[in-house]
Design a protein around this ligand. Structure first.
Ligand SMILES: C[S@@+](CC[C@H](N)C(=O)[O-])C[C@H]1O[C@@H](n2cnc3c(N)ncnc32)[C@H](O)[C@@H]1O
Length: 279
């Protein structure tokens, strides 16, 4: 894919960074051409140059936000990199359940949830393997900056191609209803979830009250788009909303920016992080 010699990609990269903190490498400027096609069409424009010119003369926060959202990478799948889910099943959840047996409440957060497969995978995992949680207050929060993927997560409706990626066959019939070419998450799993649009890098985290404490946070495959400074600030916030015995999973190529706040634990062929308390 080619780039246009006269488009001000630097302007677009700065705009995206300002709104989502996603750092876009100039070597991938060609992505603007494909990903902004729909926005150009809706604006009645044909070239990126026109869009940039328009934005430079007139502030348009709605349009700017939609550009930042269109540039996000939303790749995901059910039980993506199965090892964290397997470790939760075999080791981590049994211990957490024991620790919360009086409270009877467990809270999960899929930060950067994209179209929701990560959150629904957690729901199915609990349904399938922990029947003793019936009657517990279980909540799986999913947040993402991109309105379009959040709407898809809320709908819980997936094409059969998406279903073929990572989902054990028996889960398909047990936790989904078939509707034409699509499969829709059954209400018993959906009611555990709550999805909303939120920026992980806004002035405040989407959850920041003491009562928002989470037991398990998945923050996978998003920090790789952020600068080191952004990661540091984000993970300091995550540290505040994770229970003292809570668990953080990052993507397999991601590490906490400030290791002094986290203890990394290698287990089950994967790595997770426990919050360290200041001594
Ligand atoms: C590659 S997907 C990862 C989805 C899922 N966590 C997984 O590992 O399969 C990255 C997601 O991060 C979201 N994202 C990027 N920047 C964000 C930000 N500043 N705040 C919240 N979400 C963001 C994107 O919209 C995208 O859906």
């Amino acid at each position: 894919m080619e780039t246009s010699p006269s488009a001000d990609y630097g302007y677009l990269r700065t705009l995206v960074f300002g709104l989502s903190q996603n750092v876009l490498d100039p070597s991938r400027d060609y992505l603007f051409e494909t990903r902004l096609t729909k926005i150009l069409r809706n604006q009645g424009m044909t070239h990126l140059e026109e869009l940039v010119r328009h934005l430079k003369v007139r502030k348009n926060p709605v349009l700017e936000r939609s550009i930042a959202e269109a540039m996000t990478i939303n790749e995901t799948s059910f039980f993506r990199d199965s090892r964290p889910f397997e470790l939760l099943r075999t080791e981590l959840l049994p211990k957490l359940i024991e620790a919360r047996r009086h409270l009877r409440c467990l809270r999960f957060w899929s930060g950067a949830c994209s179209t929701g497969q990560e959150a629904y995978s957690l729901g199915m995992l609990m349904f399938e393997h922990f029947p003793l949680l019936t009657g517990w207050n279980l909540k799986i929060e999913g947040t993402d900056i991109c309105a379009e993927v959040v709407a898809r997560a809320q709908a819980g409706c997936y094409h059969r191609i998406e279903m073929n990626r990572g989902l054990p066959a028996r889960f398909l019939v047990r936790y989904f209803d078939h509707q034409g070419e699509n499969w829709v998450v059954k209400p018993e799993v959906r009611k555990m979830t709550n999805f909303r649009q939120a920026n992980l890098c806004g002035p405040a985290l989407p959850f920041n009250r003491v009562e928002d404490r989470f037991d398990v946070i998945f923050l996978r495959n998003v920090m790789l788009y952020f600068s080191q400074e952004t990661r540091k600030v984000l993970l300091a916030g995550i540290h505040r909303v994770l229970a003292p015995d809570g668990i953080l999973f990052l993507g397999s190529s991601e590490q906490p920016a400030d290791p002094s706040l986290w203890t990394s634990v290698l287990a089950g062929g994967t790595c997770y992080f426990r919050p360290r308390r200041p001594s």
